[in-house]
Design a protein. Sequence first.
Length: 94
Amino acid sequence: MPDQVIARVDLPGTTSADVSLQVHQTRLLITAGPEGAAQLLKHLEGDGHVVYRRDRGTGGFFRPILLPQGVRVDDIKATMTDGVLLVTAPATDA
């Protein structure tokens, strides 16, 4: 496994205040806007077995990303610059 996992998400017109990152079971959940939050709730209601994916539209964004084994979820970092979200998840020292 590489020493880190990187996710780059284009969210034009979105600020860091509009974005939420959560880890649920083995997934990194990225939401933006009110509609994205509603889709996150639908995902969690299914105990992680229902995945909603919406990449483009108006009102919100929701994306679950499956994390590989060996990622240190407590050390995930994220930055947002000019509508581009960059998430870095370091791997364990194995």
